[in-house]
Design a binder for this molecule. Structure first.
Ligand code: FES
Length: 142
């Protein structure tokens, strides 16, 4: 079975029970890390199939409506946390660049696994967004 290549941040999301496979990650070339996507995954009717949100990675999702972008951090199975996809400095929509979210307005950067500010001028971490799993889809609450 072929193992996906994971970045160091991905490895942090892998539970200890999967730690035996971490050694295999060292063989992955950096260009094969495949962290998240640059283009947001679009939800249909407010729901996105879980199959479109890979495990052990972060994915920007467009749920539609006002402030549609949400960063979904998925571990194994139904382990999902979501953060706002908007900069806490002045509200610009963020772009996913490798394992960070980049603000095109004034250059703030956020960790795409925790929502923490890495580079200002933003000073506040990305707030969590409520999501829920319904069947085989992920939906935004509220
Ligand atoms: S709005 Fe993002 S850095 Fe200013």
């Amino acid at each position: 079975m072929e193992r996906p290549c994971l970045s160091r941040r991905h490895a942090l999301l892998v539970p200890a029970t999967a730690a035996a496979g971490v050694g295999a990650l060292a063989a992955c070339a950096p260009e094969d890390q495949g962290f998240g996507t640059n283009a947001p995954v679009r939800a249909e009717d407010g729901a996105v199939p879980l199959a479109d949100i890979p495990e052990n990675t972060s994915t920007l999702v467009n749920f539609g409506g006002q402030q549609p972008f949400v960063l979904v951090v998925r571990g194994e199975g139904e382990d999902v946390t979501a953060y706002s996809g908007y900069c806490t400095h002045n509200g610009c929509a963020l772009r996913e660049v490798e394992d960070q979210l980049d603000c095109p307005c004034h250059g703030s950067r956020f960790d795409a696994t925790t929502g923490e500010v890495l580079v200002g001028p933003a000073t506040r971490h990305l707030p969590e967004v409520a999501v829920r799993i319904e069947g085989d889809t992920l939906q935004r609450d509220g």
